[in-house]
Design a protein around this ligand. Structure first.
Ligand code: FUB
Length: 448
């Protein structure tokens, strides 16, 4: 066998392994659609976005039935913020020597790169009769997706949760955490030991705070944090001119959840010249807010460096291929009347949502990529109890028609395929509206 054959076979094996162990998903908000994910730390490594969230699960033990429950961490990556790959479990409670296995306390993590190694920081409940509360440990890898080797012991001198690590321009690393106030300490070059006594962060407002995330932009150090101003967590920030402060409180990045999810937790990252806010919401668990899901929206700065408040969206970020299933329930805009969303299956929320269009209802979905316009057909997964007509068109000023779908009466889903009337190219915003009948439900549309 020559070298080329060997290479082809190796590549085929690799592709096969990838298809077995990496799950790819295409997403709007929430971005991970087959499991709960919370407390997202997003980092740019090797030209991709890597997402290190907590992994909420419904508790298998009575003690945590109404509380946070996490046994392990997955890592996800994306090049386009639309398609995410799950690289599987990177650290689990059974495999960390210092963690009380069965404590289900693998809370909010972080991961940073230094000198050829990736350092994954995570809080958990330590094993041993005299150990209380939370400690923070480290696992080290050569690649952002592992394999990660956990250190034998947690970091000496830290009791708390929600680690965040900043490496400053001079190479000095700082670790921030919450629990008994908001603390910071220097890390030694080995990244696994403290190099200074912890000190409290100054300049923050009164009220419960946790989940620090610190970054620097144009010489301004942003100390950002979930903060209970009234009744649930907002995301807020303060700024300073060095990594340890003091900081000056600046205000909110995101307001309280309108539906009452008590926690929020975030990270802020620049990727390909755009800043993003990763955060979480209990999208797939509407009646239990300890099972959360990661979302992402764009974040903008004012010229003076202050942060523009982010309004959460369902559309999220990224471009959706016209040939993928486009879910208009993740809309960019919706009519005030005549349109709403609902779960497709109340018994399994991970099946996602559908859009309900009634008289006067319309919905817009932005940034669909038609490429060079090769799509001649559109398929719509739709139902309409008494029959209806739905119009699909572009959102630009002329609103050219793409198709008009006559939906026969029936309560079951139907996949209706029609020719596209005006073939379009490039990135377009599309709209769906009910033009006849009493109502229609749409799961997805796809061009081919
Ligand atoms: O996920 C468990 C805890 O909830 C985190 O550590 C906090 O920041 C909050 O999001």
């Amino acid at each position: 066998m020559n070298r080329m054959h060997q290479h082809v076979i190796k590549k085929a094996i690799l592709l096969f392994l990838c298809s077995c162990f990496l799950i790819s998903m295409s997403a709007q908000n929430p971005v991970i659609r087959d499991q709960f994910t919370a407390d997202p730390t997003a980092r740019v490594f090797e030209g991709k976005i890597y997402l290190y969230p907590s992994h909420d699960i419904p508790s298998p033990i009575e003690r945590l039935k109404e509380w946070f429950c996490m046994a392990d961490y997955h890592v996800f990556s994306s090049e386009n913020l639309t398609d995410w790959q799950d690289h599987g479990v990177i650290v689990s409670q059974e495999k960390v020597p210092w963690v009380a296995s069965g404590s289900y306390s693998m809370w909010a993590p972080d991961c940073v790169y230094r000198d050829g190694k990736y350092y994954f920081y995570f809080p958990s409940a330590p094993a041993g009769n005299n150990r209380r509360g939370f400690a923070i440990g480290v696992a080290v890898a050569d690649k952002p997706y592992g394999p990660f080797r956990p250190e034998e012991n947690p970091i000496e001198g830290i009791g708390g949760i929600d680690p965040c690590v900043l490496i400053d321009h001079d190479g000095q690393a700082y670790i921030y955490w919450s629990g008994r106030g908001m603390s910071v300490a220097k890390l030694k070059d080995n990244m696994v030991e403290l190099d200074s006594e912890p000190v409290q962060i100054e300049g923050l407002p009164e009220g419960f705070k946790e989940g620090p995330f610190v970054f620097e932009r144009n010489g301004i150090y942003y100390y950002t944090f979930p903060w209970v101003r009234d009744s649930t967590e907002t995301l807020a920030y303060a700024t300073g001119d060095n990594p340890t402060g003091p900081f000056t409180f600046r205000g909110l990045i995101m307001d309280e959840s309108p539906t009452g999810c008590w926690t929020n937790h975030h990270s802020i990252v620049e990727y390909e010249h755009q800043w993003y806010l990763f955060y979480h919401h209990n999208d797939y668990s509407p009646s239990f807010d300890k099972n959360r899901s990661v979302r992402v929206d764009s974040l903008f700065f004012n010229p003076d460096g202050t942060i523009c408040t982010v309004t959460p969206t369902l559309r999220g970020v990224g471009i959706t291929a016209a040939t993928s299933e486009i879910h208009p329930d993740r809309y960019s805009a919706i009519s005030e009347k005549g349109a709403s969303i609902a779960f497709v299956n109340e018994q399994n929320f991970f099946e996602g949502w559908k859009i309900l269009l009634n008289e006067g209802g319309w919905v817009r979905y932005n940034r669909v990529d038609f490429g060079n316009g090769a799509q001649q057909k559109v398929t719509v997964r739709i139902s309409s109890p008494s029959g209806s007509k739905v119009r699909l068109q572009l959102s630009d000023t002329d609103k050219p028609f793409l198709a008009e779908i006559n939906v026969p009466a029936g309560i079951s889903w139907q996949e209706i395929t029609l020719p596209v009337r005006n073939v379009v190219q490039g990135i377009q915003d599309i709209e769906l509206s009910l033009v006849e009948g009493e109502g229609s439900e749409i799961d997805w549309i796809r061009f081919e």
